[in-house]
Write a protein that binds this ligand. Structure first.
Ligand code: MG
Length: 380
């Protein structure tokens, strides 16, 4: 019996359908298809804009807060580590981690909520996974022969399925992405690598912001508290800030090790030996153990009640929602004020979707700049 899951990995041999691209691309000997996808993602404009998008803190009072880009880099290194240690296709996992947040609008979840509310008034909705696919297939325009990044089917499937499954009944347009099947483990681990990254980073940034207190976290978040006690025993007499950093690292390693061990045990338990076994199993195999899952939920509840919904961040989020909604309403009323490329899309996509597409692509700073311009235009 293999010590890892290499027999369940996406192997991606020459004729593997997962390597299919919409437009033919001659193979490059030196790089695998998923390495090429990773490069296309990293070189995209949408990827660069992640540097200007909120992760948690909208107003940047510290240069050390995570942006969507630095968060993405953290997810990529965790995902690559997990994939390597499980014997999976590291290139596929890394490409999926790098692209996983590319569909996020400005101002984090506040921006996403606002766009979704706006679209609901037009009987539509906003979903950042589906938007990520639209960016990769449609909005990126870098190549002479086609629109989009022309990514492999394997990466496109992972983009929409890394955090949830879509039903063929509700999404017939996604039929080519094997909707009745689970995604490969390379894609399943992305959502959990994302969880590990932000559970660690948000405590770190929360303390950096002064909104969270290390002592209070230790009282209420058992996984951090256990890690802190362990590093304290290892480094007696060391200053709290160093112990906290060490505890965060230990917590991240503990969650990563748990994900690897639990995923391996789940695959063993169902006798999974091939990618098809993974795909046809009714549940995802990549999960945390029930202990780690309990600790994850405890920390998530703590972050919600003490950080995400604290008055300082609520104020920032309310303002962000107001800005997004005002911009949306403006372009719905004045579609001619949209950039020409977006005006051209209106007949095929509909005005509301086009306005949401335009706003979703913006960085925080560009959104605020547009808001200032629109306010001035409305006053005139
Ligand atoms: Mg993320």
């Amino acid at each position: 019996m293999s010590v890892d899951l290499c027999t369940c990995a996406v192997i991606a041999g020459d004729d593997d359908p997962l390597l299919t691209r919409v437009y033919a691309a001659p193979p490059r000997m030196a790089r695998t298809a998923f390495q090429r996808d990773r490069e296309r993602i990293v070189q995209s404009r949408a990827f660069r804009r992640l540097a200007g998008k909120t992760q948690v803190f909208t107003s940047r009072v510290s240069d050390h807060f995570r942006s969507r880009l630095t968060h993405t880099m953290e997810v990529a290194q965790i995902a690559r580590d997990v994939a390597a240690r499980l014997g999976l296709n590291e290139d596929l996992s890394e490409a999926l981690a790098l692209v996983h947040d590319i569909g996020h609008p400005p101002f984090g979840h506040a921006g996403e909520r606002a766009l979704d509310d706006c679209l609901h008034r037009h009987h539509l909705s906003f979903d950042h996974n589906l938007h990520a696919l639209r960016i990769c297939e449609h909005f990126e325009q870098r190549y002479a022969a086609h629109r989009g990044l022309n990514l492999t089917l394997g990466v496109r499937e992972g983009i929409i399925k890394h955090s949830r499954d879509y039903t063929p009944e509700k999404h017939p347009e996604l039929a080519l992405y094997f909707l009745g099947q689970r995604p490969p483990i390379e894609a399943q681990i992305i959502d959990l690598a994302d969880e590990i990254a932000y559970l660690t980073a948000d405590l770190d940034d929360g303390v950096e912001s002064g909104l969270l207190d290390i002592g209070h976290i230790r009282e209420h978040v058992s996984i951090l508290s256990d890690s802190y006690t362990a590093v304290q025993q290892q480094h007696p007499g060391v200053e709290e800030k160093y112990l906290f950093n060490e505890a965060l690292q230990l917590m991240q390693n503990t969650l990563t090790d748990d994900l690897i061990a639990t995923t391996l045990a789940n695959a063993r338990a169902i006798g999974a030996e091939t990618l098809d076994d993974v795909r046809l199993h009714p549940n995802r195999l990549a999960v945390f153990s029930s202990k780690a899952e309990g600790e994850r939920l405890e920390e998530k509840r703590y972050l919600h009640s003490t950080l995400y919904s604290c008055p300082e961040l609520t104020l920032e989020h309310d303002k962000a929602e107001q800005v997004v909604k005002a911009l949306f309403d403006f372009w719905i009323q004045c579609p001619d004020e949209l950039p020409q490329g977006y005006v051209d899309e209106i007949p095929s996509e509909g005005l509301a979707r086009v306005v949401a597409d335009y706003i979703a692509g913006m960085t925080d700073a560009f959104t605020l700049q547009q808001y200032a311009l629109v306010k001035r235009a409305v006053r005139r």
